[in-house]
Design a protein around this ligand. Structure first.
Ligand code: NDP
Length: 446
């Protein structure tokens, strides 16, 4: 890395002490940008990196709510409005007990480049709360969402900041959040939130988009190597929105998804996951992953507390959470014949794991490229809302597929241009950054 980028990186790390995930995300992007900065000194002269690593606005707020026993509970809410050079801030809300400022900032930072890669006019943001939805009643979830929105509503809007879902925030939560927004704002601003219900402004394919997109991206990487999904065993982690629809698209592409997991452990089903059963347990009943093995009539095995990456498979789609796939897991996967990884989750592979994948020369699609289908389809939802229109499933899925193929090709071409053929990390970081940086140059020092 050049001296000037080192100094800039040091300053960012010092200014944001203890925010480990944010440090990890910034380091990864800065490492790729050395190549770009040596060709484009104008970015350093305008301090684009210093500015891009500093959120435009950080909102932290109290979220008080009353539980079913009448006890007052207090959580912390976050919204990081990171960068609006390309459009309104756009990015999901995460409700998970682990959420803190560093996690929301890492997600918001990644979101800037991911959104840029989609080619659509959206800036980067992210938010959430340390609220833990597990085991909460419907009433508690609703009251929490209403309290969260009571503060957030003044900061968002269709041309300002457009949140969506993430871990712990699905269609149900978006419904409660939108209901409270509509009431407080006294406006049916459909374009203020995405991931909405289909009868009140949602887009077909939004539910499927992130998982479908990750599998499509993996397929493009395989094609670039003259390979395909046909008959290959695929390891998927998680069993939430991204995991379920990754499995669905893998199956459509001829692959055999054999695993799924949650925070209690994983299941392995060598015949291929029975997706109807898994959806019933996870989407309808909100149950635990062991129930899948129990109801699969002896065909599947549940491994409590186990590591899903111990299972042999050729393609891995990590779709649960950050840093879920470490160096040891990467070594095991490679030993077991891994050929490709596409990150459905955000930053699921640790830096050591990424290095090992790249040294082994397997196809590795980083999250900001591979999981961009979700936010891309959110932007399509915004387009439909602005035009008061709704598109068919086929039309919307075709647009999603085109966007994912385009992101793949852009990353591949950029990596090639910078002398790193096949390096999707460098390709995604440079291509994503450059568009934002050029817009920032046009705006002057703001
Ligand atoms: P969901 O809440 O629908 O599902 C998350 C899944 O991951 C659950 O099975 C959950 O298990 C598991 N999980 C979460 N945290 C942990 C943990 N610390 N340890 C083990 N398992 C865990 O979330 P999504 O599917 O929406 O999101 C998954 C990932 O994809 C996240 O990284 C998210 O940022 C990313 N992403 C999501 C997009 C979207 O459109 N939804 C878009 C782009 C990226 P359990 O229920 O036991 O907690």
């Amino acid at each position: 890395m050049t001296v000037s980028l080192d100094a800039t990186l040091d300053a960012v790390l010092r200014r944001n002490p203890g925010e480990n995930e944010f440090h990890q995300a910034v380091k990864e992007v800065f490492e790729s940008l050395e190549l770009l900065h040596s060709r484009h000194p104008e970015y350093a002269e305008a301090a684009i990196l210093e500015r891009i690593a500093e959120p435009e606005r950080q909102i932290i707020f109290r979220v008080p709510w009353v539980d079913d026993e009448g006890k007052v509970r207090v959580n912390r809410g976050f919204r990081i409005e990171f960068n609006s050079a390309l459009g309104p801030y756009k990015g999901g809300l995460r409700f998970h007990r682990s959420v803190n400022l560093g996690i929301v900032k890492f997600l918001g930072f990644e979101q800037i480049f991911k959104n840029s890669l989609t080619g659509l006019p959206i800036g980067g943001g992210k938010g959430g709360s340390d609220f833990d939805p597990h085991g909460k009643s419907e009433g508690e979830i609703m009251r929490f969402c209403q309290s969260f929105m009571t503060e957030l509503f003044r900061h968002i809007g269709p041309d300002t900041d457009v949140p969506a879902g993430d871990i712990g925030v699905g269609g149900r939560e978006i419904g409660y959040l939108f209901g409270q927004y509509k009431r407080l704002a006294n406006r049916f601003d459909a374009g203020t939130l995405t991931g909405k219900g289909l009868s009140w402004g949602g887009s077909l394919v939004r539910t499927e988009a992130t998982g479908y997109g990750a599998a499509i991206f993996a397929n493009e990487m395989l094609k670039a190597k003259g390979l395909d999904f046909e008959g290959r065993s695929v390891l998927v982690s998680g069993s939430g929105n991204v995991a379920l629809y990754s499995i669905e698209k893998v199956q459509q592409l001829g692959g055999v998804a054999i695993t799924a997991s949650d925070s209690s452990g994983y299941v392995v089903d060598e015949d291929g996951i029975d997706l109807d059963l898994l959806k019933q347990i996870k989407e309808v009943e909100r149950g635990r992953i062991n129930e899948y093995a129990e109801r699969r009539g002896g065909k599947a095995k549940f491994v409590e507390g186990g590591n899903v990456w111990d299972v042999p498979g050729e393609i891995a789609l990590p779709s649960a959470t950050q840093n879920e796939l470490d160096g040891e897991s990467a070594k095991t996967l490679l030993k077991n014949g891994l050929i490709a990884v596409a990150e459905g989750a955000n930053m699921p592979s640790t830096p050591e794991a990424v290095d090992l994948f790249q040294e082994a020369n397997i196809a590795f699609g980083p999250g900001k490229a591979a999981n961009a289908g979700g936010v891309a389809t959110s932007a399509l939802e915004m387009q439909q809302n602005a035009a008061r229109d709704s598109w068919t499933f086929e039309d919307t899925e075709k647009r999603l597929t085109d966007i994912m193929v385009n992101i793949h090709d852009t990353c591949a071409a950029t990596a090639e241009e910078y002398g790193r053929p096949g390096d999707y990390v460098v390709g995604a970081n440079i291509a994503g950054f450059q568009k934002v940086a050029d817009a920032m140059l046009d705006f002057g020092v703001i």
